[in-house]
Design a protein around this ligand. Structure first.
Ligand code: NAD
Length: 495
């Protein structure tokens, strides 16, 4: 049985806790590996390595740090297929989807190559006579990232690219359900020239997370996962004096107005609801269909569903893979089973006729007549289940979206620019798509939801990521005499 260990201080380190987790092959339902689950002592050892590596790494020049990011960029680019196949093997998503994840993660490494520019401060000459004032941004020290199962390549890259480029040292605690990608990325970072101890991977579960939160040498925690855990991480981490950004779950609505292009809206709803088997925090899970077009829209979504090819992620023609575990598959199927007793109509039942074998497969489900108060509306299902809620007006749709406890992503489908502009003004959601179903911001903006989708005040990656992983310092200076120069005919170097 393959064993997955930790990466600490520049090398693979076998676990010593005696505890291990199961890594499934979701396409077959068989165990494919065992992952070491760290004890608090093992986590503390990784933090000690990161702490020891910090002074030299923060003193390393910006162009050198950027150079490591450039090399990492090339290594990830050259190994896209390898990373994607690790993702597919453990997560189950289809290879094309995994390649997309790698590409969106890589954007963040590319952004981080610009760190010399990103860390430029402000300067005010002559704030008072002979007095200059300037601001600088400095790294925090040892920082940690705790990541979910659904993007084992992209979400770690959201975090560590900027954190490392800014001069921090890093502890990554990936999801124990698909941990191999993180270790592969650690190897690539080492090959890119990152010194030992600057990036560490500690595999584990709650025990490792609790140890991160308890360790006084961890200055900041970046978390992505479900809302109950995000809330706990935020509350516990900030109580311990750490900086925390904790991104949580979602219930993303897609509002389709009567003037929308219904074919485009149906294509978008199907793609965004069932892509990655609905295991995306930006998946569309509720379509708000206005009455004049609701029947037509549901018809168009329904007719597209049978064409979706469900099968192992490694098969070239599969479009939707299995769910992450059997337990999660059963939980999602439970929402489908409960929908009709709650009063919804099961238009397409994805729990029937699933691919043969023991893989954790479901097919796409479509529910109609879904209302707030039903579990399939209120809960984040995180599976291939699309609900339709019929509404009578734009205002009714807006009220549902703004009344929802989550506020991660939303999409509006319309041809009316004025309504779209009003919608972006009114809607209480962090990421808005206008005729775009999965509006994940590019890496030079920042990613984050509102309300129960994010705890903390800084969004992930982009400019807010740089801000999260640095703290600012303002210097007020006065010099008695500027005459300190010497003659040097050499060409000035910056390293
Ligand atoms: P999860 O909350 O179960 O796990 C996330 C991380 O927390 C993992 O590393 C896990 O080991 C750890 N963890 C789990 N239980 C814990 C506990 N009791 N105490 C401490 N740590 C614990 O989430 P998941 O199932 O891996 O991922 C799916 C969830 O993540 C969904 O809710 C999804 O919406 C959310 N998500 C959000 C975003 C976003 O950007 N907002 C992105 C991706 C996923």
């Amino acid at each position: 049985m393959k064993r997955i260990s930790h990466w600490i201080d520049g090398r693979v380190v076998a676990g010593t806790s005696g505890r291990e987790g199961v890594v499934w092959n979701p396409a077959t339902g068989e165990q494919q590996a065992a992952v070491d689950l760290a004890s608090a002592a093992e986590l503390d050892a990784a933090v000690a390595a990161a702490k020891a590596a910090f002074p030299a790494w923060r003193a390393t020049g910006l162009s050198r740090r950027a150079e490591v990011m450039f090399r990492l960029r090339d290594l990830i680019d050259a190994n896209r297929e390898e990373i994607a196949s690790l993702v597919t093997a453990e997560h189950g998503k289809v290879l094309s989807d995994a390649l997309g994840e790698v590409a969106r993660g890589l954007e963040n490494v590319e952004f981080a190559t610009g760190v010399p520019h990103l860390l430029k401060g402000g300067f005010t000459e002559q704030a008072a006579t002979g007095v200059d004032v300037y601001s600088i941004r400095q790294p925090l020290g040892v920082v940690a990232g705790i990541t979910p199962f659904n993007f084992p390549a992209m979400v770690p890259m959201w975090m560590f690219a900027n954190a490392l480029a800014c001069g921090n040292t890093f502890i990554l605690k990936p999801s124990e359900k698909d941990p191999s990608t993180a270790l592969y990325l650690a190897e690539l970072l080492a090959r890119a020239g990152l010194p030992a101890g600057v990036f560490n991977v500690v595999n584990g579960d709650k025990e490792a997370v609790d140890a991160i939160l308890a360790n006084p040498d961890v200055a900041a925690v970046s978390f992505v996962g479900s809302t109950p855990i995000a809330r706990t991480i935020y509350e516990t981490g900030t109580r311990a004096g750490k900086r925390v950004q904790a991104l949580g779950g979602a219930k993303n609505h897609m509002l389709v107005l009567p003037d929308a292009d219904l074919d485009m809206a149906a294509d978008a709803a199907v793609s965004a609801a069932y892509g990655s088997a609905g295991e995306r925090c930006m998946a569309v899970s509720v379509v708000l269909a206005m009455d004049p077009v609701a029947d037509a829209l549901i018809g168009k979504i329904t007719e597209r569903i049978p064409a979706i090819k469900v099968g192992p992620g490694t098969e070239p023609d599969s479009e939707m893979g299995p769910l992450i575990t059997g337990e999660h598959r059963d939980k999602v199927a439970g929402y489908v089973a409960g929908a009709s007793t709650e009063g919804a109509t099961v238009v397409v039942d994805g729990t029937a006729d699933v691919p043969a074998g023991d893989g954790f497969f479901l097919k796409p489900t479509l529910l109609d007549g879904v209302q707030p108060g039903m579990a399939c509306y209120d809960d984040e299902i995180f599976g291939p289940v699309l609900s339709v809620t019929r509404i009578g007006s734009y205002d009714e749709g807006l009220q549902l979206i703004n009344g929802n406890p989550f506020g991660n992503g939303v999409a509006l489908f319309t041809r009316d620019g004025g309504v779209a502009r009003q919608f972006q003004f009114d809607v209480e959601v962090g990421m808005v798509g206008i005729n775009v179903p999965i509006p994940v911001p590019v890496s030079y903006y920042s990613f984050g939801g509102w309300k129960a989708s994010l705890f903390g005040d800084q969004h992930m990656y982009g400019p807010e990521g740089i801000s999260f992983f640095t703290r600012s310092k303002v210097v007020t200076s006065r010099w008695p005499d500027p005459a300190t120069s010497t003659v040097d005919l050499g060409f000035p170097e910056n390293r």
